[in-house]
Design a protein. Structure first.
Length: 259
């Protein structure tokens, strides 16, 4: 009773919306259980059979898992890693012209990639735990999207005896690479006498997302050829986009849980 009284008061103080509550929650082998729209799951007994997965609610910054008794089979995992960012769109190529003496069009600049999503932090409150195999917890940040490639410059028309060849179009700028998402943090609240059961039995991945790479600048368009060396100039190579930044790694912490 003290356990659930503490949970009730905790939930009130957190001012959350809906919680998922169970007397006994059993995940079948290979089952994926989702927090769905909630950010709190409360269970008197939670049993994760072999290869079962708990999928956190990634739309929330923090999720909470309360279990008076947690029983874990082999190859089980909890996943709250952020999604990878999307690559930026490539720039459109400049118009190439066949008309004599006309210059090619410039390539368009590419779009930047989108940032990787942050991993979800997880706070676990467990009174007693039994593990038949290691429990994996992944709260990594998503990778930043790569910048798009700049559009190529268009080729120019050739020269004639009356005019020189046209100039090639300039390549578009490559898109900027996006930032990787930050990892979530893991806090495990568990009695000291149960803490030793987690030694070598929990596999935690709390890596910040890798950076997105800047897109390559568009290739220069070719200048038009002409008689008597009446050549047009080649366009300029597009500038490469800048790389994004790496997301921050998360951390794991333990708290003595006596309620």
């Amino acid at each position: 009773m003290k356990f659930f009284a503490f949970i009730f008061l905790s939930l009130l103080s957190l001012a959350v919306q809906a919680q998922l509550r169970y007397t006994k929650l059993v995940l079948q082998p290979g089952q994926v259980f989702s927090f769905e729209q909630s950010d709190i799951v409360v269970a008197d007994t939670l049993i994760m059979q072999d290869s079962s997965v708990i999928q956190l609610n990634k739309s929330k910054q923090e999720n909470y898992l309360y279990a008076r008794v947690l029983i874990v089979g082999e190859h089980c995992s909890i996943i709250g890693s952020g999604e990878d960012g999307k690559a930026g769109k490539a720039g459109r190529a400049g118009v190439s012209l066949v008309a004599p003496c006309k210059s090619g069009g410039n390539g368009d600049d590419a779009q930047a990639g989108s940032d990787g999503a942050h991993g979800t932090s997880l706070l676990m409150y467990v009174k007693r735990i039994e593990l038949a195999g290691p429990l994996s917890v992944s709260l990594n940040g998503g990778k930043g999207g790569n910048g798009g490639k700049g559009g190529n410059g268009g080729s120019a028309g050739s020269g004639t005896i009356h005019c020189k060849g046209g100039d090639g179009g300039n390549g578009g700028k490559g898109g900027t690479g996006a930032n990787g998402g930050n990892s979530g943090n893991l806090q495990i609240n568990i009695p000291l006498e149960e803490r030793s059961k987690l030694d070598d039995m929990i596999r935690v991945s709390l890596k910040g997302g890798d950076y997105g790479r800047g897109g390559r600048g568009g290739y220069s368009g070719s200048g038009g050829m002409g008689p008597n060396r009446k050549y047009g100039l080649n366009g300029l190579q597009g500038v490469d986009g800048l790389d994004g930044g790496i997301g921050s790694d998360g951390r794991i912490s333990y708290q003595d849980y006596q309620n």
